[in-house]
Design a protein around this ligand. Sequence first.
Ligand SMILES: Nc1nc2c(c(=O)[nH]1)N[C@H]1C(S)=C(S)[C@@H](COP(=O)(O)OP(=O)(O)OC[C@H]3O[C@@H](n4cnc5c(=O)[nH]c(N)nc54)[C@H](O)[C@@H]3O)O[C@H]1N2
Ligand SMILES: Nc1nc2c(c(=O)[nH]1)N[C@H]1C(S)=C(S)[C@@H](COP(=O)(O)OP(=O)(O)OC[C@H]3O[C@@H](n4cnc5c(=O)[nH]c(N)nc54)[C@H](O)[C@@H]3O)O[C@H]1N2
Ligand code: SF4
Ligand SMILES: [Mo]
Length: 729
Amino acid sequence: MTALLRQRDGHLTRDLLRAPGGFGLGQVPARLKPDATADLVCGYCSTGCSLTVHLKDGKPVSLTPAHDYPVNRGVACPKGWEALAVLEAPDRAKTPLRRDASGVRRPVSWDAALRTMVERFKAIQTQHGPEAVAFLSTGQMPTEEMALLGALAKFGMGMVHGDGNTRQCMATSVVAYKQAFGFDAPPYTYRDFEQSDVIVLVGANLCLAHPIMWERVLRNPHRPDIVVIDPRVTETAMQATQHLPLRPKSDQALFYGLARLFVERGWIDRGYVEAHTRGFEELAAAVAPFTIHRTSAETGLPPADIERLAATIHAGRRVSFWWTMGVNQSYQGVRTAQSIINLALMTGNIGRPGTGANSITGQCNAMGSRLFSNTTNLLGGRDFENADHRATVARTLGLDPDLIPRRNSWAYNRIIEGILREQIKGLWVVATNTAHSWINQGQARDILGRLDCLVVQDMYASTETAQMADLVLPAAAWGEKDGTFINSERRIGTIRKVARPPGQALPDFAIFKLVAEYWGCGSMFRAWESPAAAFQILKRLSAGQPCDITGIAGYDMLEEHGGIQWPCADGDAPPAAHSERRLFEDGRYWHADGRARLLFETPRPLPEPPTDRFPLILLTGRGSAAQWHTQTRTSKSAVLRKLYPARIYVEVNPADARERGIGTNDSVHVESRRGRIAVTAFVTRSVQPGHLFIPMHYADTNRLTDAVFDPYSKQPSYKACAVQLHPAI
Ligand SMILES: Nc1nc2c(c(=O)[nH]1)N[C@H]1C(S)=C(S)[C@@H](COP(=O)(O)OP(=O)(O)OC[C@H]3O[C@@H](n4cnc5c(=O)[nH]c(N)nc54)[C@H](O)[C@@H]3O)O[C@H]1N2
Ligand SMILES: Nc1nc2c(c(=O)[nH]1)N[C@H]1C(S)=C(S)[C@@H](COP(=O)(O)OP(=O)(O)OC[C@H]3O[C@@H](n4cnc5c(=O)[nH]c(N)nc54)[C@H](O)[C@@H]3O)O[C@H]1N2
Ligand code: SF4
Ligand SMILES: [Mo]
């Protein structure tokens, strides 16, 4: 039987490798001439720049930013320029690795790896129930791959729980938008950056984190007021016309204080509020206690600065509000995001050029994950708990509706807790580095270590999480496979295979197909024969949803148009090439009554306030434009390595440094209730007295952070915990 299986699977593997759509191990696909160019959407951040890869003799030799793409128009940041360089690193995962009885990871064949994975996961499910195996995925794979993983895991392998690293990043915006607008939809187009006369950036450091969006701000011909609300003097704040260095997590109080001022002064767009929103009177009553004095006391901002910001927003004709992780990564992120949405709605700053309540996304395909990964949403932005939605998805996929779980997945934090409580015994981690990026890392690693079986699917075998794995599955990377990403402005763009994956590494799509075959549910996914075929399935899954993309013929149309923003429904006039579209121009939202909701709640104090023992607040975030997250990719480029400090460092205000006798480049210890780490001091006024900042890119940072979460979105509150700083003696 085993021999038969092996023979059959051997055939299958070979068939899959030969399949159309670029699974293959061979050179670049035949459709690309040996000396051609191909345009690929960048695989790092959500800006979604297009990069032109130049091939010589069938190999990629260089890359330049695409000139005619509506997103980046000929520019790219250092990560984009170096995107090819990181593919050839020596620590690429080239063959499956399996941990043997003595604890050493040894190379094995795909056949052995897949048999091991299936045997061990099935044994866990037999003993502890199907829910005892879960997955964690990503915002950094093509939508076709995420959708196949989510469908395979939940419909084919019987899992109920699967979440993504987008929980660490976007969950707050998802919930905020769903509750306010009736669907998860960032409403803007990047042209809004160029059309605003007031740009309000809340907890967003565009200059580092979205440099090409910042380029769009610089193209604004209206000499806009640029307001940065951030406790730190970031690179973006340095270029702002107004910087409000508020106390961490006091944004909600600030926006309620602003709302009160607007109500008091009659600066409300009454016509818009009455026609398109619900809950204004209740909101006005709820913000009444936020007098300028209370707001000033809670935010630490002088009353005059708050008044000035109010006056600027009131005077603006096209005001856009943008937020990122300074808002989302908070124990009260959802209500904070909604306090921003409220102000945009109350002032009628939405649905017109240069306006909007705009959450900027993070990873290249965060939006694909939000709509199609089948984690928190059922495929196509639907709801697992809704029988009609399950029926539609089952019909579209030709499946028995009973195969679709009737309840939502646990969120990431609950999956981790489930391991601790021995409810989850097997975990499949795909394209995320939990052992580095998850909050309170000491605890997270201890918990991952308790699993019966940890499978890690990554392009590198060296990540902190892969090093803990029982089984490593080697994945092809960006540039080595086909598919689509959805950027921050809802634009769908393509990536193409231009390079050969190293060794036996396979595109994630092919790995999922193989897992399906070995699991015995391959027949459920026959129609998913290639990424291009999967795209046609995604289109059908989107039909009738706000994110309807049935009007997009396929990859060629996407490439001809310079990407296409959703919605793009079949029957609608096709969008003009290179067009830029925003949502809500008709003032209709996706709640049944067509109105947006104004939502609020009393702000809460910091969960871990400073004390005598831990008197400082630690902020974390992006450290440079050249570093990406846990650095698995960006640390492989010699060019990028020159652009950031190799060693972990902490930014300290001169007052706190002086008090402790600390100078720049001194070795210091930063300690929280979770642990103590050794870092280098950088004394700078960019952080306020009482605050420290450590970039997230270094493995030790999350040894300090405190595992608290927003109650609605379950997003981790990475950006404020209590710490102490000592000289290292
Ligand atoms: N170079 C680079 N670019 C990236 C990434 C990367 O790793 N490297 N990652 C991408 C991803 S996935 C994401 S999610 C984005 C993140 O993009 P950003 O959110 O812009 O980046 P962060 O530095 O995490 O956080 C932004 C700011 O929030 C501030 N902040 C902290 N607490 C508060 C608060 O309570 N209120 C306010 N108003 N501000 C606060 C911090 O001081 C920080 O300057 O970047 C994307 N782009
Ligand atoms: N303290 C602190 N912690 C944070 C944050 C913070 O601001 N402060 N920010 C949080 C945020 S917003 C985010 S998004 C997370 C990010 O956290 P992670 O998702 O853990 O970070 P990455 O380094 O991007 O991990 C992606 C992994 O996927 C692999 N990979 C890349 N491409 C592919 C592919 O095509 N296939 C496969 N199979 N693997 C691939 C990479 O090698 C890498 O190991 O970190 C969070 N953690
Ligand atoms: S800004 Fe983002 S999408 Fe553009 S090149 Fe840089 S990392 Fe890539
Ligand atoms: Mo993120």
